[in-house]
Write a protein that binds this ligand. Structure first.
Ligand code: SF4
Length: 365
């Protein structure tokens, strides 16, 4: 299949692996930011193609994983109302809250629906004027434009029974937070290809220059990832630091200006809680003043709901690259995809789930 098979070519992958081996003279730790990249690395066994001296750290770029437990509890509370139709992408339904998950709420007979676009919710709202229709707006910069579009469209249509429960986070503040932590181990980043297709990569130049760290914006296929790692290694070995764009077939430096503009219109930058990582300043979006009437947290007055993470779960340390899933005492025994204790196990892009699925149990790399 064109635009896919050539990025999974085993001969090219072997050639890139050989170039990485040849270029690597020292120990390096490189973090891939996106959950999709983590998934590909484990699915295709890319770590086995790298020298022992390169360690990949799996970063915080899985939106389901970093959605705070307390927000899942808020989603469950809203969905458990007779006057609500609660809409979500399918991957949020099994994320465990403190007492229940959205699938459990649906099983109890409440109206929880899987949608493929937030715009689908507008039709549902139009057809159900006696119900409040709430969309669970989770994600990084990639999903923010469509969610912003749904809110603007709802305002244009005068839909008073549509709102969104927002959990939008952004990548640059979290990688800055990782770099600022005293125990940081990251020496180079594989940057988030999909996020940069929307936002461009100018912000990453500021980070690269300030922290003197290589950042290579990278795609998601095996040869994308190997090439991204090679470019990181070449910079690290040469003592250089700059932003490179490996994913040029999808990413331009300026990003998608139209998408950025609707996000700026509908959302304000705000502090955000990240599951396992705590509050990070200016690391996400909230609805702006002009669109505050579409804020489900405000409509349903959920400020009092709070939640504690399970004490055993070390997902925060995993998301910062400090530990690997097999170092969690619950991994693959108490915590499995069937019985997840933390979101990094329940999401298909989560590091714990990927280690479990691809059998990297007890492996150190
Ligand atoms: S294995 Fe489960 S409990 Fe342990 S860090 Fe991963 S999600 Fe948390």
């Amino acid at each position: 299949m064109k635009y896919l098979d050539e990025y999974r070519d085993s001969t090219l992958a072997q050639q890139l692996s050989q170039r990485i081996h040849k270029a690597t003279k020292h120990n390096w730790t490189i973090m891939e930011v996106c959950g999709g990249q983590t998934h590909s690395i484990l699915q295709y066994g890319l770590e086995d193609l790298l020298p022992e001296t390169i360690e990949l750290l799996h970063g915080p770029g899985c939106p389901v994983c970093v959605t705070p437990l307390e927000l899942i509890d808020k989603a469950v509370a809203i969905a458990s109302r007779q006057d609500v139709i609660f809409c979500s992408f399918g991957d949020m339904l099994r994320v465990p809250g403190s007492q229940n998950d959205l699938l459990g709420v649906k099983a109890q007979g409440f109206d929880v629906r899987i949608v493929y676009s937030p715009l689908d919710c507008l039709a549902i709202a139009k057809n159900n004027p006696d119900k409040q229709v709430v969309f669970f707006a989770v994600g990084f910069e990639t999903t923010a434009p469509a969610n912003a579009m749904s809110v603007r469209q709802a305002k244009t249509l005068g839909l008073g029974n549509f709102s969104i429960l927002t959990s939008h986070v952004t990548v640059p503040p979290v990688i800055t937070s990782i770099l600022q932590s005293v125990d940081n181990r990251v020496q180079a980043f594989l940057g988030p290809g999909h996020v940069c297709s929307v936002m461009g990569w100018k912000q990453y130049e500021t980070i690269s220059n300030h922290y003197k760290i290589p950042i290579v914006i990278t795609g998601f296929e095996p040869t994308d990832l190997l090439e991204g790692i090679l470019r990181c290694v070449l910079q690290l070995e040469a003592g250089e630091y700059k932003v490179e764009n490996q994913y040029a077939r999808a990413v331009e430096k300026e990003g998608n200006i139209a998408a950025q503009s609707i996000v700026e219109e509908v959302f304000d930058v705000s502090d955000r809680m990240w599951r396992g990582l705590g509050s990070i300043p200016k690391s996400g979006y909230k609805l702006s003043y002009d669109y505050a009437d579409f804020d489900a947290e405000r409509i349903f007055q959920l400020e009092t709901i709070s939640a504690e993470e399970p004490a055993v779960c070390i997902s925060g340390q995993i998301l910062r690259g400090l530990k690997k899933p097999h170092e969690c005492p619950a991994f693959a025994n108490m915590c499995t995809p069937e019985t997840p204790l933390g979101a990094t196990m329940v999401s298909s892009e989560g590091t714990c789930a990927a280690y479990y699925k691809y059998g990297r149990i007890g492996q150190t790399k």
